[in-house]
Design a protein around this ligand. Structure first.
Ligand code: ATP
Ligand code: MG
Ligand code: MG
Ligand code: MG
Length: 469
């Protein structure tokens, strides 16, 4: 069996042999895009190359890029633990052509790697193309010999990528693996495509046009390629398991969490162990890249992820902080590929332990309040916004933690009521603030605080638009 570490290596070696320069993963905090909270795709570090602002490191490149999708447009936080394929932190394997090769070679490389180098059965693979992209459709027939019913034309934005309102854009073609008819879910484009039977493994983006402010598109003289394949998803395929959480890396983390808590990852406890393993990765990698927990911006996303994991540790009956004790296992699984984990290990452990110790002081009381407030509520009902705000304000429960806590009972949360309570508190703080005597500058200060302190980050919407969501 090939380990996840072997598969990463094998991907990069394959593209190195095909004249791609292998580049290191960029840090999770984007250096080139202040509007983006975290790097969420392999192409992000190359944005300025694709727009022509920077010159390419070489005509072709390949990477395994650390990604976090836990906010904004690409928010997979709520899926984690509950689907077979979503993580908050994952690695995106990618090959890139900067005005060098285009569609034909991109499809050729992908098909060769999957079916020749890695030996996957072509019968298990289905592809999609943008509905007007006859060229890609023909190439899949010619290169892969796929029958027409396994080259599915999709008319939605799922198969059309754009960087933003202006800039490079183009159709994409995705590759799906069929895990078998014993798993619920339909092929891409069908009404039950969101099931976990056909899992999207690889997205090939054909950057072919330039979009202008007036919405018109012109053909790029030198079109480019951007691809992204989830390492954890391809590892599941190659290790013969359906679920990302059954791959070697996740098994190791989940076994460590089972042995420290003494609770098996089955039945009602399965999701908790999965959330803990997933969130251990995202929080450790964020800490290694210099993000620290705080009440705003990136630090608040980190804190929210940490606290969600800590509630699940509590659910498993952990009597003392758990997360920091799992870090050594993570470092042993991933520290070689990502030395920043080794370098940051002491800091990561210390911050996790301190944060968990602190949160545990209010967690119990908050959960009791939540139990009391929801006693007798039926599935389908909603917890009022005032209570959700009180949990946030007094007990440090991020909004989404409360939501997650009520999920098992199918009780929702009144988002508008929560926002209103939050706005009232801000208005009260504003009224209480006597100010420095300079009204204009106070206004500015509050505006900044409100904008920066916003827990709902919308940067992704403004800048990126890749893929299916
Ligand atoms: P999905 O539709 O399954 O949510 P996506 O279309 O949002 O995936 P892309 O934006 O196309 O994903 O990203 C490229 C690849 O990255 C995907 O084909 C998938 O293999 C992987 N990927 C995307 N999101 C995640 C995630 N949350 N966890 C693990 N892998 C992911
Ligand atoms: Mg996609
Ligand atoms: Mg998708
Ligand atoms: Mg998605």
């Amino acid at each position: 069996m090939q380990s996840t570490n072997d598969i990463r290596r094998s991907f990069l070696d394959f593209f190195a042999t095909a004249d791609h320069r292998v580049v290191q993963s960029a840090p999770l905090v984007p250096y080139n895009d202040p509007t983006l909270m975290f790097v969420n795709a392999g192409m992000v570090p190359f944005k300025n190359v694709f727009t022509g602002l920077e010159t390419a490191p070489s005509p072709r490149a390949a990477s395994s890029q650390k990604c976090v999708r836990a906010g904004g447009k690409h928010n997979d936080l709520d899926n984690v633990g509950y689907t077979a394929r979503h993580h908050t932190f994952f690695e995106m394997l990618g090959n890139f052509s900067f005005g060098d090769y285009f569609k034909e070679q991109a499809i050729h490389h992908a098909w060769t790697l999957l079916t020749k180098e890695w030996g996957l059965s072509p019968d298990k693979l289905t592809t999609t193309v943008y509905h007007t992209d006859d060229e890609a459709f023909e190439l899949w027939r010619k290169i892969a010999g796929l029958p027409e019913d396994r080259i599915i034309r999709i008319a939605t934005s799922d198969n059309f990528w754009s960087m933003g309102d202006t800039g490079p854009c183009g159709p994409c073609s995705e590759i799906f693996y069929d895990h078998g008819d014993h798993i619920p879910g339909g092929p891409p484009g069908s009404p039950d495509e969101d099931g976990d039977r056909f899992i999207e493994i690889w997205n090939l983006v054909f950057m072919q046009f330039e979009q202008s402010a007036d919405g018109s598109r012109t053909s790029l003289p030198k079109p480019s390629i951007d691809t992204g394949m989830g390492l954890e998803r391809i590892a599941a395929v190659m290790q013969g398991v359906h679920d990302n959480y059954d791959t070697d890396t996740f098994r190791a983390l989940i076994e460590a969490s089972e042995s420290l808590t003494g609770v098996k990852a089955s039945g009602e406890h399965q999701a908790s162990h999965r959330v803990i393993a997933d969130h251990l990765r995202s929080t450790s990698f964020l800490l290694a890249d210099g993000v620290l927990p705080s009440n705003e911006g990136r630090g608040y996303v980190l804190r929210r992820i940490m606290r969600r994991a800590m509630r699940h540790a509590h659910l498993l009956g952990a009597k003392e902080p758990l997360m920091h004790r799992l870090v050594p296992e993570l470092v042993s699984e991933m520290g070689q590929a990502y030395p920043e984990l080794q370098r940051g290990q002491a800091l990561i452990e210390e911050v996790l332990e301190r944060e968990e110790t602190q949160f545990r002081r209010t967690l119990d009381k908050g959960l009791r309040l939540l139990d009391d407030a929801t006693a007798g509520m039926d599935a389908g009902s909603e917890l009022d916004g005032e209570t959700v705000f009180k949990l946030y304000d007094t007990y440090g429960f991020p909004y989404d933690l409360t939501e997650d806590a009520l999920r098992a009972r199918s009780i929702g949360v009144d988002r508008a009521g929560f926002d209103a309570a939050m706005a009232r508190q801000k208005a009260a703080a504003r009224a209480a603030w006597k100010g420095s005597g300079d009204a204009a500058s106070d206004e500015v200060w509050f505006d900044i605080a409100e904008r920066e302190g916003s827990t709902e980050f919308t940067g992704y919407t403004a800048t990126s638009g890749e893929g299916r969501v």
